[in-house]
Design a protein around this ligand. Structure first.
Ligand code: NDP
Length: 392
C-alpha cells in the first residue's frame, strides 16, 4: 500500500484527490490529512479513509476536531507546528494543496522526509523556488506538478531533450471578466470575480484567474520548475480551457496537451506517475467541441502578466514579494476595502518599494529569510491600501 498524506485536504484540490483515493480501496494507507476551518469535512474524510492523524491549521479549532473524531481512533492535532509534523510523517506521496504561502513550510517538511511531493501549491515555488528545488535534491525527493498547465508541460516533455525546447505556451481561460468592457472592471464585485467560466476551484484561485494573477504565478512557477528563461514563456488566452499548455521545439513542432477541465486528470497523473491509469474524467468529443480558439492576452486588461515578467527578471526574493503582495491585495479586495483593478496597483507599488531592498537580494535563501520578506511585503501592501483608502 502506498503511504500518502494530503495537505489542504478540505479544499478543492484536496477533495478531488480524496475522490480518487476513495475510488481505489486498499491501494493507499492515509497517514495525515490537514485542513483549516472546515472541521466537519476534515473529520469525515479522516474517519472514512482511516487516517493516522487529522490536523487543523487553527489551534482554536482543536476542541471541535477532537469532538468530531471522538471514538474513531484518528489522532487530532492543531496549529502550525502540528501541520509541519504531519507533513514530516513518513509517506511516499504527499499532496501539497494548501492555498497561499502557508503551504511552503509544510511542503518543505514533506520534501525533507524524501516524499514525492505532488505540488498544487504554486505559491511555494513562486515564493521560494530555489529553496524548494534545493531541498528536493538534498533529500532525493521528487516534485511533480499538479497545476494543470505544468502537468501538461511535464507530460509533453516525457522522452524529450529539454535542450530542444525553445518555448512553452501556457493557456489561460481569461477568467470571469474576459469579455467585459474595460470600464466595468473597476466595479466588479467579489461574487462576480468568484465565478469561473470553466473550472470549479477554490475562491482565491478563481479571483486570481479573473485578474490573471493566477497566470502570472504560473509563469514564475514554470520558470522555477523547468528552468525556462522568461522569454521562452508565453501566455495565450484559450476560452475553452481544453489545451492546457504547448511545448515548442527547435524543429518547429508544438506538442499540445489536451484534456477536460477536471483537476482529477493532473492529480491522477501525479498519483500514478510514472504509470498512467484510467481516471474518472470526461472523454473529450472534439468533433462536438468543434473549435479551439486562441488569442493574445490584452496587456491593458491583465497588467499582472507584465509584473510577472519583471519578477522573473529581478529574481532574488522578488517572487516572495510578488506573491505576498498579491495575497494581501486579494484579502483587501475580498474584504471590500479596494476595487478589483486596485489589486494590480497595490502589487506594483509593493514591488517598486521592495524589489531593490537589501533583504530582497539576500542570497542565503532559508525559510526564515523568505518568511521575513513575505512579512515585509504584506506590511507594505497594508500600508499602500491604507494610503489609498484614506486618500480616496
Ligand atoms: P481551497 O481554498 O479550495 O483550499 C485550500 C486548502 O488549504 C483548504 O484545505 C484550506 O482549509 C487550507 N488552508 C487555508 N488556509 C490555510 C492555512 N493558513 N494553513 C493551512 N491550511 C490552510 O484552494 P484550492 O484547492 O483551490 O487550491 C489549493 C492550491 O492549489 C492553491 O495553491 C491553488 O493555487 C492550487 N491550484 C488549485 C487548482 C484548483 O482547481 N482548485 C488548480 C491548480 C492549482 P479550510 O478550507 O478547511 O479552511
Amino acid at each position: 500500500m502506498k503511504r500518502i498524506s494530503i495537505l489542504g485536504a478540505t479544499g478543492s484540490v484536496g477533495q478531488n484527490t480524496i475522490d480518487l483515493i476513495k475510488r481505489a480501496p486498499g491501494a493507499y494507507k492515509v497517514v495525515a490529512l490537514t485542513g483549516g476551518r472546515r472541521i466537519d469535512t476534515l473529520a469525515r474524510d479522516a474517519i472514512a479513509l482511516g487516517a493516522d492523524v487529522a490536523v487543523t491549521a487553527h489551534e482554536d479549532l482543536l476542541v471541535s476536531l477532537r469532538e468530531a473524531l471522538k471514538g474513531s481512533g484518528v489522532e487530532a492535532a492543531a496549529g502550525q507546528t502540528a501541520l509541519i509534523e504531519a507533513a514530516r510523517r513518513p509517506a511516499q506521496w504527499v499532496m501539497s494543496a494548501i492555498v497561499g504561502a502557508a503551504g511552503l513550510a509544510p511542503g518543505l517538511a514533506a520534501l525533507e522526509q524524501g516524499a514525492t511531493l505532488a505540488l498544487a501549491n504554486k505559491e511555494s515555488l513562486v515564493t521560494a523556488g530555489t529553496l524548494m528545488m534545493r531541498t528536493a535534491r538534498a533529500n532525493r525527493a521528487t516534485i511533480l506538478p499538479v497545476d494543470s498547465e505544468h502537468s501538461a508541460i511535464f507530460q509533453a516533455l516525457v522522452g524529450e531533450d529539454s535542450a530542444a525546447v525553445n518555448r512553452v505556451i501556457i493557456t489561460a481561460s481569461g477568467g470571469a471578466f474576459r469579455d467585459w468592457p474595460m470600464d466595468r472592471l473597476a466595479n466588479a464585485t467579489v461574487a462576480e470575480a468568484s465565478s469561473h467560466p470553466n473550472w470549479d476551484m477554490g475562491q482565491r484561485i478563481t479571483i486570481d484567474s479573473a485578474s490573471m494573477f493566477n497566470k502570472a504565478l504560473e509563469m514564475i512557477e514554470a520558470r522555477e520548475f523547468f528552468g525556462f528563461s522568461p522569454n521562452q514563456i508565453e501566455v495565450l488566452v484559450h476560452p475553452q480551457s481544453l489545451v492546457h499548455a504547448l511545448v515548442g521545439f527547435c524543429d518547429g513542432g508544438l506538442m499540445a496537451h489536451v484534456g477536460p477541465p477536471d483537476m482529477r486528470h493532473a492529480i491522477g497523473y501525479a498519483l500514478n506517475w510514472p504509470q498512467r491509469q484510467a481516471l474518472p474524467v470526461e472523454v473529450l468529443d472534439l468533433a462536438t467541441i468543434g473549435t479551439l480558439e486562441f488569442r493574445a492576452p490584452d496587456p491593458a486588461r491583465y497588467p499582472a502578466l507584465r509584473l510577472a515578467r519583471e519578477v522573473m527578471e529581478a529574481r532574488g526574493l522578488s517572487g516572495a514579494i510578488f506573491n505576498a503582495a498579491k495575497e494581501r491585495a486579494l484579502d483587501h479586495f475580498i474584504a471590500g476595502r479596494i476595487k478589483f483593478t486596485d489589486m494590480n496597483i497595490v502589487v506594483e507599488e509593493v514591488l517598486n518599494a521592495l524589489i531593490d531592498a537589501p533583504e530582497a537580494r539576500n542570497s542565503e535563501l532559508t525559510l526564515d529569510v523568505v518568511a521575513h520578506m513575505d512579512h515585509l511585503a504584506r506590511q507594505q501592501a497594508d500600508l499602500v491600501v491604507t494610503e489609498r483608502t484614506t486618500q480616496g
